[in-house]
Design a protein around this ligand. Structure first.
Ligand SMILES: Nc1ncnc2c1ncn2[C@@H]1O[C@H](COP(=O)(O)OP(=O)(O)OP(=O)(O)O)[C@@H](O)[C@H]1O
Length: 315
């Protein structure tokens, strides 16, 4: 690649917090190979708060593990914060996990030490990083997740939702630019789930942290501007929250017409991959009574504006 092209590509990659191009992950066990990601494309802009949804086994956790630097892709390109993860050495990965990315797991046992207090739990990663002023920062982080009053409670004396908020404080201890959350509301009630989402929204707005949430919780996804669906290890569709007219007016001027406008609509879009391939949503396939491997006919309508798809043999 020429120096000039190199610079352009680097600048382009730098615009995004995450760029996945044709990302492939193959797990090899003694006798089988599982293709968990089969050429996934995904761009996430800096400062975005977005969600990834998909059925069990579609590759969500695999993707999150790649983004978190916990596992290496088998092929494709993966840039996070302008860094090319496929070129990472073990040392680069260690620094990346220490400085760039924070992780909130669904399973608290992975985040937390039950016999330590909330504040001790938050201090722990800073201790490992040799950070000074740990206590003060840990208290600030607990305050940010609304748990300052519970600072001296042992984790096993706290509810699941409170533990999850401590887990968020821990994930923030290294000032990550990217926060990854795997089913963060998986085991909590609706009220707690809303509270956790509010914390993410505040962090995203105030601290400009890019946040990627993997979730099965469609109610949670309803409150997020961009939701990307993964099917069979590929990006299949994208749901974008359309801003309401009232919301746009609210943002334009100093007259607040409506305090809290929830009247927004979501629009589902199918994502074309970089080669122009698309994955049809399952309900469309069911409606046309077609399945994978069938042949279909694709035509443009008379104005050349719309794509029309026919079942093979149909008209
Ligand atoms: N370490 C591994 N070794 C072998 N196969 C794996 C491994 N991890 C994941 N897989 C396989 O890769 C595919 C994608 O799994 P993944 O866990 O990413 O899906 P998921 O969408 O996160 O599912 P869930 O919602 O159930 O967590 C599955 O077929 C799974 O069995």
């Amino acid at each position: 690649m020429s120096d000039e092209l190199d610079t352009i590509v680097a600048a382009d990659n730098d615009k995004y917090m995450i760029r996945c191009e044709n990302l492939v992950k193959i797990y090899k066990t003694s006798d089988v190979e599982v293709v968990a990601l089969q050429g996934l494309d995904l761009d996430v802009e800096r400062g975005e708060l977005m969600a990834i949804v998909g059925n069990s086994g579609s590759g969500k956790s695999t993707l999150l593990n790649m983004l978190g630097g916990l596992d290496k892709p088998s092929a494709g390109n993966l840039y996070v914060d302008g860094k090319d993860l496929l070129k990472f050495t073990d040392k680069d990965y260690m620094e990346y996990k220490r400085n760039t990315v924070g992780f909130v797991w669904q399973n608290n046992a992975r985040n937390l030490v039950p016999y330590l207090t909330a504040v001790q739990n938050v201090e722990l990663p800073m201790l490992l990083n040799g950070e000074h002023k740990r206590r003060q920062k840990a208290l600030e982080l607990l305050d940010r997740v609304g748990l300052l009053k519970r600072k001296n409670s042992r984790l096993d004396q706290m509810s699941g939702g409170e533990q999850q908020r401590v887990a968020i404080a821990i994930a923030l201890a290294n000032d990550p630019r990217l926060l990854l959350a795997d089913e963060p509301t998986g085991s909590v009630d609706t009220k707690t789930s809303n509270m956790i989402l509010d914390i993410f929204k505040e962090l995203n707005k105030d601290e400009k942290i890019t946040i990627v949430i993997v979730t099965h919780d469609l109610k949670l996804a309803d409150h997020i501007d961009r939701v990307v669906a993964i099917r069979d290890g590929r990006t299949s569709s994208e749901i974008v929250r359309k801003r309401s007219y009232v919301e746009e007016l609210n943002e334009m001027g100093d007259i607040v017409l409506v305090e809290n406008s929830e009247e927004t609509a979501h629009e589902e879009l199918i994502v074309l991959d970089r080669s122009g391939r698309l994955q049809l949503p399952k309900d469309f396939m069911d409606a046309l009574e077609i399945k994978g491997g069938d042949k279909v006919k694709v035509e443009l309508d008379e104005n050349g504006e719309k794509l029309v798809l026919f079942r093979s043999g149909g008209t």
